[in-house]
Design a protein around this ligand. Structure first.
Ligand code: SAH
Ligand code: SF4
Length: 357
């Protein structure tokens, strides 16, 4: 059994751990302060803990940080990070600077886009993350570590988090919620729940589960098709949870006084017809959901492209005409392949070709 990571524990769990050893209650806070305020990266650096206690922690818990393999900067200062985890797996995260109304937040904010899995099992036809299949879930510490590493590397404080990197967050729900607790906690990264957005390709049962979560994070549904025939064509998940099942789960979610939004990537000739816009407007109105339109980012090796600008604007116009609050992303990071999974794919391929791994 590998040791659990110290950065996967909540304050309560750490307190229990110390209580069981007859240690004073303030030990948990001391450790958390070293982890998330002072941000040391070894137990030995926790100098106000007795040496024996530090040694004991090192015996029971692992304390690693991801290796930064590559950092790509884009002209508009979006930064993309490629990390190697302790087992050699590659994951990526993106830091996106101020971007007005990207996910409904105010504009002077830095958004981190983080991964929740190595690869993705859902295999959407347009997505780089699914191209090489699924390897494994990230544990909570590997999710939190992406944020710590981005802040350390960039010197910036992250204000917003979107779980839109590699992987399907709701397929790793336990670790995701554990990480969100750490990210949200006053003893942790102290990022408000309203500044945390989870994105899902449409795992209906998990959407229903989230309806009962007390934390007020945001939920985005990756719609990408307003009818089953379009969704079936590009998102295999739709064969498991079709539009009716997905919409009913969303109804249930919204009935718990929660709000959700739709993401809709525009792919030329696939989901950009006027009729799709009209049907999408119906679904959005049913759920009072705001729609974010995202022009498709081309992925090396895939044939899909974004529609021309006037078709994007036309799609937006139809949604608005039907009373839907919608935005069209003039997205950043296009010049560094900011769409999820692309950097990892390139690096993994290059390493294989070079025989590095
Ligand atoms: N698995 C989750 C979250 C990660 S993907 C989900 O699918 O929602 C985050 C978002 O990026 C999704 O809306 C996804 O459809 C979108 N996306 C994937 N590849 C893209 C590409 N090449 N261009 C633009 N958006 C892309
Ligand atoms: Fe997985 Fe999301 Fe990519 Fe689909 S879009 S393959 S669910 S990461």
């Amino acid at each position: 059994m590998p040791k659990p990571s110290i950065k996967s524990l909540s304050e309560d769990e750490l307190s229990e751990h110390f209580a069981a050893q007859g240690q004073p209650a303030y030990r948990a806070r001391q450790v958390l302060d070293w982890l998330y305020q002072k941000r040391v990266d070894a137990f030995e650096a926790m100098t106000d803990l007795p040496a024996a206690l530090r040694a004991g922690l090192a015996e029971e818990f692992s304390f690693v940080r991801p290796e930064v393999v590559r950092v790509l900067g884009s002209k508009d200062t979006t930064h993309k990070f490629l990390f190697r985890l302790a087992d050699g797996s590659l994951i990526e995260s993106v830091l996106i600077p101020a971007s007005p109304a990207l996910y409904g937040q105010t504009s002077d904010r830095r958004t981190a886009c983080v991964s929740t899995q190595v690869g993705c099992a859902y295999g959407c036809k347009f997505c780089a993350s699914g191209l090489e299949g699924f390897s494994r879930n990230l544990d909570a510490s590997e999710i939190v570590d992406q944020l710590l590493a981005i802040e350390r590397e960039s010197g910036d404080k992250i204000d917003n988090i979107v779980f839109m990197g590699m992987g399907e967050p709701l397929a790793n729900l336990t670790n995701l919620l554990r990480a969100i607790r750490i990210i949200n906690a006053p003893w942790g990264l102290e990022i408000g729940a309203r500044h945390i957005t989870i994105s899902t390709s449409g795992l209906a049962p998990q959407i229903r589960k989230l309806a009962h979560e007390p934390t007020q994070f945001r939920l985005a549904i990756s719609f990408h098709g307003a009818t089953d025939d379009v969704r079936d064509q590009i998102m295999p998940v739709n064969r498991k949870y079709n539009l009716k099942t997905l919409l009913e789960a969303c109804d249930f979610y919204v009935a718990q006084k929660k709000r959700l939004m739709f993401e809709y990537i525009l792919i030329a000739g696939v989901n950009d017809r006027d009729e799709q816009a009209r049907k999408l407007a119906q679904h959005a109105r049913r759920l009072s959901a705001k729609v974010n339109l995202i022009p498709y980012n081309t992925v090396e090796g895939l044939e899909w492209t974004r529609p021309p600008r006037h078709r994007q604007e036309n799609f937006l116009h139809i949604l608005r005409e039907h009373g839907v609050v919608a935005t069209l992303r003039r997205e950043k990071g296009h010049d560094i392949d900011a769409a999820c999974g692309q950097l990892r794919l390139q690096t993994a391929r290059a390493e294989r070709e070079l025989g590095v791994r």
